[in-house]
Design a protein around this ligand. Structure first.
Ligand code: NDP
Length: 441
């Protein structure tokens, strides 16, 4: 904190893990002697670079690019790229740190990393996005590779951006390899990768409810965001018979009391992925729904005031504060399953725990995306592609095993039923043991 006081999100993510692993450190004195905390919180390498690119009017812009290679104890660095104007080193470090534990939980051989740029693709033409991606990769390509560091998508980086990034990597390296995941199906992508994060979130929620003999059927569900994770979370909830009543973007949210069905969700996918429009357009198509614009002056988000059973925050970090959590509890929620990374603030999580709301942290619940990225890497190495059913089956198995791992680790260290403690403890122990085996490197 003293060294990098401005990296708030990173400190928040580290503090959460440190709190959870305290009982582990108390039992394993060798972890302290080996300075594992100091080592695990310091990235192995950080790359920061200039990205000069030209817009359609011939104006030159300069953005800043990042890749944080956090930990390679379990495999090549693996984690997404985020293009958003809020991106800074603290945010990328927090995401890279979370990724280390998440990847460990998947049981696949992947270290943790994250990257991105303070560039917002919103409102930019395809040509501008392509030139930006090419300029970004013109530097990043020398630091990554299929056995070194394998980036993927995140906020602002979807199939279009991955295509442009891959094309430039291929040109510069003169190699066609699985250096990025989230590729399109025709040239090395995996079936179910676009769906994987959202589907995995819902599989995880079903596992949580299943412990109590309950299911998602007929549950009223709140979702924030309307991007990749939100869309496929909604799709799977609908398939499981739940009722999705909200979606949002950074400009506001829609509330559809009747529920967003398959046809309405298809409209949202077209709107967001093809037309690149705003969620406010939804009410023009479906006038029975209500649109509420975001009000930055409010100390809470009215989306979280709607009574519901299950909550799936799928937009961004710190989108549920103490007041929002209280509103959710007052509205009768039973379960919060994080699709986004760290969407609930620590004081909100405290309220969920106090009120016995089932709470799953993103590093466990949204690990399905990176898990299928790991499966994409495996398919690329073997130069084969598995059918949809095969990938979905493996995804379900991985999520089921993460769910069990979290509960077992929590119970073993005196935090029964606490998924956050369980995820942090299980992820931590596996990475730390690998680091110790590999010596001081
Ligand atoms: P997308 O870019 O596809 O969608 C992001 C959505 O969140 C958009 O609706 C966006 O609205 C909204 N959003 C972004 N920033 C803000 C903000 N500051 N305030 C309000 N709304 C915001 O990203 P993804 O769906 O891929 O990612 C969503 C979350 O899930 C992120 O936390 C990401 O790290 C996490 N995640 C993603 C994985 C993946 O496989 N894609 C894997 C694991 C986690 P707008 O269009 O207005 O910006």
């Amino acid at each position: 904190k003293e060294r990098d006081p401005e990296q708030r999100e990173f400190h928040q993510a580290v503090e959460e893990v440190l709190q959870s692993v305290k009982p582990v450190l108390d039992q394993h004195l060798e972890f302290r002697q080996q300075a594992v905390l100091e080592r695990i919180t310091e990235p192995e390498r950080i790359i920061i670079f200039r990205i000069p690119w030209m817009d359609d009017e011939g104006q030159v812009h300069v953005n800043r690019g990042f890749r944080v290679e956090m930990n390679s104890a379990l495999g090549p660095y693996k984690g997404g790229l985020r293009f958003h104007n809020s991106v800074n080193l603290g945010i990328i470090k927090f995401l890279a740190f979370e990724q280390v534990f998440k990847n460990s939980l998947t049981t696949l051989s992947m270290g943790g990393g994250k990257g991105g740029a303070d560039f917002d693709p919103k409102g930019r033409s395809d040509g501008e996005v392509m030139r930006f991606c090419q300029a970004f990769m013109a530097e990043l390509f020398r630091h990554i590779g299929p056995n070194t560091d394998v980036p993927a998508g995140d906020i602002g980086v979807g199939a279009r951006e991955i295509g442009y990034l891959f094309g430039m990597y291929k040109k510069l390296s003169n190699e066609f390899t699985g250096v990025l995941t989230g590729k399109s199906l025709g040239w090395g992508g995996s079936l179910i990768r676009p769906e994987a994060t959202g589907y995995g979130v819902v599989y995880f929620a079903s596992e949580m409810l299943g412990v109590y003999g309950d299911r998602l059927e007929n549950k009223k569900c709140l979702i924030s965001g309307s991007g990749n994770v939100a869309q496929f979370t909604a799709e799977k909830i609908i398939e499981f018979g739940g009722r999705v009543i909200t979606l949002s973007d950074s400009s506001g949210y829609i509330y559809d009391e009747a529920g967003i069905d398959g046809e309405k969700l298809e409209y949202v996918k077209q709107l967001k992925n093809i037309r690149r429009g705003r969620i406010s357009d939804y009410v023009e198509q479906y006038p029975e729904a209500v649109y509420t614009p975001a009000d930055p002056g409010l100390d809470h988000n009215p989306l979280w005031m709607h009574p519901a059973d299950c909550v799936f925050p799928c937009a961004t970090q710190n989108e549920i504060n103490r007041r929002d959590a209280q509103h959710l509890v007052d509205g009768g929620i039973r379960l919060v399953c994080e699709g986004a990374n760290m969407p609930a603030m620590p004081e909100a999580i405290d309220i969920f725990h106090q009120e016995k709301v089932l709470f799953a942290p993103g590093k466990a619940a949204n690990a399905g995306g990176v898990a299928v990225s790991g499966l994409e890497m495996a398919q690329n190495s073997m130069r084969i592609s598995w059918p949809r059913e095969e990938v979905d089956k493996r995804l379900k198995q991985i999520i089921k095993s993460i769910h069990t791992t979290c509960l077992d680790a929590a119970a073993k260290y005196g935090a029964s039923g606490d998924y956050m403690a369980g995820a942090n403890i299980a992820g931590f122990i596996k990475v730390v043991n690998a680091m110790l085996d590999q010596g001081l490197v």
